[in-house]
Design a protein around this ligand. Structure first.
Ligand SMILES: Nc1nc2c(ncn2[C@@H]2O[C@H](COP(=O)(O)OP(=O)(O)OP(=O)(O)O)[C@@H](O)[C@H]2O)c(=O)[nH]1
Ligand SMILES: [Mg+2]
Length: 217
């Protein structure tokens, strides 16, 4: 299958070797939890222990193959500090997946996950909130002093929509690739469901047309 149907908001880009899929994922979470560090680890394989707070948004692309499909992952990294809210929210539209990020040594950042999800929903204009793909990242697992346990984090994910959960460290490169690949898989799985729904509604429509024709002629 070389062409893939996308719901509104997704973009299809062309390449020399056929069509490849451009997916937009967005990193949200409190200032300092490690969003920029995760993106930089994944795209450039570097870690900076002295990074600056992000102002507004930045994005980087990385190509990858997931389950035999060539995908360009466009990662949007946002500023988590409250004062930058108006600079980040215009960029939520068109996202295919949202990575809700907290730091395991900062319980406040974990408690704020539901606020981040709310903010995303308010500004992203997602058509079907129940089906939208979220992935949750508990970052900084290399740190000694944890304030949020894995069991507690997994329970939140389960209760709030069975979101995949990854314990990551941008510093040690733990689960970073796995987390971004999971985001792609979540989107592809959601697309497949929509393809199936479209297919069955097409069949229904044909059925209806046939019935109405035979009744009027
Ligand atoms: N120990 C450890 N430190 C990390 C990790 N990820 C990020 N950091 C550090 O945490 C600090 C904040 O990281 P950033 O990536 O800038 O955080 P951010 O979420 O982008 O913050 P904002 O841009 O303000 O929203 C930096 O000093 C990073 O070096 C990690 O996995 N482990
Ligand atoms: Mg940042």
């Amino acid at each position: 299958k070389t062409s893939i149907n996308l719901r509104p908001g997704g973009v299809e880009g062309g390449t020399m070797s056929g069509k490849n899929l451009l997916l937009k994922v967005i990193l949200l979470g409190d200032g300092g939890v490690g969003k920029s560090s995760l993106m930089n680890r994944y795209v450039t394989d570097r870690f900076d222990s002295q990074s600056f707070h992000t102002i507004g948004v930045e994005f980087l692309n990385r190509d990858l193959v997931v389950d035999g499909r060539l995908v360009t992952l466009q990662i949007w990294d946002t500023a988590g500090q409250e004062r930058f809210k108006s600079l980040r929210t215009p960029f939520y539209r068109g996202a295919d997946c949202c990575l809700l990020t907290f730091a395991v040594n900062d319980s406040r950042s974990f408690q704020n996950l539901s606020n981040w999800r709310k903010e995303f929903m308010n500004y992203s204009d997602v058509k079907d909130p129940e089906r939208f793909s979220f992935v949750v990242l508990g970052n900084k697992v290399d740190m000694e002093q944890r304030e949020v346990g894995e069991v507690e984090a997994r329970a939140w994910c389960e209760e709030n929509g069975s979101y995949p959960y990854f314990e990551t460290s941008a510093k040690d490169d733990t689960n970073v690739t796995a987390a971004f690949e999971a985001a792609v898989r979540e989107v592809l799985a959601a697309e497949d469901q929509i393809d199936h729904a479209l297919l069955s509604s097409t069949i229904d429509l044909h059925g209806n047309r046939k019935t109405s024709r035979s009744s009027c002629c």
